[in-house]
Ligand binder design. Sequence first.
Ligand SMILES: NC(=O)c1ccc[n+]([C@@H]2O[C@H](COP(=O)([O-])OP(=O)(O)OC[C@H]3O[C@@H](n4cnc5c(N)ncnc54)[C@H](OP(=O)(O)O)[C@@H]3O)[C@@H](O)[C@H]2O)c1
Length: 233
Amino acid sequence: MASQAAKRVLVVAGMYFQRIGNGSGTGASTARLFAKNGYSVALIARGGDFVNNLATEINSSGGQAAPFTVPSYTHDGITSAWDAIHQRFPKPEYAIRAALFNVGYGVWKPFLDITPQEVQESLNTNVAAAFSFSRGAILAFKDNDIEEPNGKRGALIFTGATASTRGNVLTSAFAAAKFGTRALSQSLAKEFNKQNIHVAHLSRLIVQVKPRPPDQQESLTLRSDWSPIASQL
Ligand SMILES: NC(=O)c1ccc[n+]([C@@H]2O[C@H](COP(=O)([O-])OP(=O)(O)OC[C@H]3O[C@@H](n4cnc5c(N)ncnc54)[C@H](OP(=O)(O)O)[C@@H]3O)[C@@H](O)[C@H]2O)c1
């Protein structure tokens, strides 16, 4: 069982903000913020230079990061990534304390233009991949001891969107899947709360990480910042 003295690890899946492509997306920003706050960060992505460059950037600014590439977000791909992360960040030196599922596949189209392939891809990426990632996170957390003062073994967080709670005219395939991700998070929060595992589903607005003034210490105990949100689940 991982002890209090172990170095804390954050695992993030989904790194690259496709519409901007400059590293300002939620996954990369969260990895940078946690690294600055002393976490080692494991970066799961489908490859490309971006994730390698992000790991290099974090390492060269005093943090600790490692990329884990997957060919796609299939169950086997995600499970292999978790295996590799355990090898790279083994117990008792490290403890995986936080995991962010930031993968998302958006479809914004009128209902009659949406193809069966897009429906499948949306469900695979937003729902099935979230199940696989969650399995890896829950298994890792179950093996941790309870961390004080937050009283948790670990925190699993999902990046939501407006479409997670509200369908709209162009979002049938996207919202149906994003509702599914939120339903998963709500179920996990209820199932694993009694095992001291924290599960939160956050809106984009809440996840967006902004630097605080230098005189204010960034508090990343997770639970103190995010438990009020989880309690709304
Ligand atoms: N951008 C927004 O305005 C906005 C607003 C509200 C909520 N969100 C949510 O915030 C999260 C992050 O979004 P983002 O805008 O920062 O980035 P994004 O471009 O939506 O993608 C997030 C990640 O999802 C993976 N991904 C994208 N398309 C995929 C596909 N077709 N198949 C498999 N994986 C795919 C990518 O992983 P790789 O790193 O492996 O390429 C990417 O890093 C998502 O859950 C999104 O729904 C975004």
